[in-house]
Design a protein around this ligand. Structure first.
Ligand SMILES: O=C(O)[C@H](O)[C@@H](O)[C@H](O)[C@H](O)COP(=O)(O)O
Length: 258
């Protein structure tokens, strides 16, 4: 697939988190429709943190083809799947338990491999290969949508500032044992996977993220992990933010329309 120059991020800002989440749900449904028309499925990767709750506007929306969703986790904590820290538990409690998604299409880590993070991350990578390699015959998986957040330090997924994982170019799934954000043991997609996605949508809300967003969007040269998300195959990065989070950002806003 040809490599193209990264397109400029598209920044949508909303007065409230409610309006942000409703627009995000409509954006996801449109991406889903396009993906199903093109490939008969909708491949999505979801992060943890506040994102799963921000997806709850999907629950009562018409037009969601849950039977066509293939869900992976852009990062996951290496804890039991029913543990309070598990992104899968969070997504299940906030969303998947409330919609008719097929449980077999939600791809979780194999916690039985937790004693060996190399083996556990390899196993999750093989799950990606099973889902993508045969269908897309690309060297890297091409997700229809990857949903990300960013922390106060500008991390995204479990890619943290200054961490060697930022330079991983071959593995699709890597592990970290010293995450600055607890819990310390996690697996994460790497940039080769994230930057091959057709669409990446960051979802960021709250005034506490204002300084971070200013650096990530106005000073990408500082190289915070969230700034390094630049799909080029080709792909597009979208930012769904609320006004408090974007209050210090000079990067131009785009009026939201589908
Ligand atoms: O598993 C995780 O911890 C998340 O994937 C993490 O990368 C999250 O997206 C950011 O820390 C933002 O989290 P908040 O939106 O809750 O601040």
């Amino acid at each position: 697939m040809p490599t193209t120059a990264p397109s400029s991020p598209i920044l949508y800002s909303f007065p409230s988190s409610t309006e942000l989440c409703d627009a995000l749900a409509n954006f996801i449904i449109k991406a889903q429709k396009e993906s199903i028309e093109k490939k008969g499925r909708f491949s999505v990767a979801i992060s943890g943190g506040s994102l799963p709750t921000q997806l709850n506007a999907l629950i009562n929306k018409p037009g969601v083809r849950w039977d066509k969703w293939q869900v992976f986790y852009a990062d996951e904590r290496v804890v039991p799947l029913d543990h309070a820290d598990s992104n899968h538990k969070l997504c299940t409690d906030e969303l998947f338990s409330k919609v008719p998604i097929l449980k077999d299409n939600i791809h979780t880590i194999d916690f039985s491999l937790a004693d060996d993070l190399e083996e556990l991350s390899d196993a999750y990578e093989k799950e990606l290969i099973r889902e993508f390699a045969q269908k897309d015959s690309a060297r890297f998986p091409v997700f229809d949508l990857i949903l990300l957040g960013t922390g106060p330090d500008g991390h995204t997924a479990s890619l943290f500032p200054g961490h060697p994982l930022l330079t991983e170019e071959d593995r699709w799934v890597a592990y970290i044992e010293d995450s600055p954000k607890p819990p310390p043991r996690r697996i994460t997609f790497t940039y080769p996977v994230i930057n091959h996605a057709s669409r990446v949508a960051f979802v960021v809300s709250g005034a506490a993220k204002a300084d971070t967003l200013q650096t990530v969007l106005d000073k990408p040269e500082e190289g915070l992990p969230a700034s390094r998300v630049r799909p080029t195959h080709p792909g597009q990065v979208y930012w769904f933010v609320d006004d408090p989070a974007v209050s210090k950002v000079s990067f131009p806003r785009t009026p939201f329309k589908l």
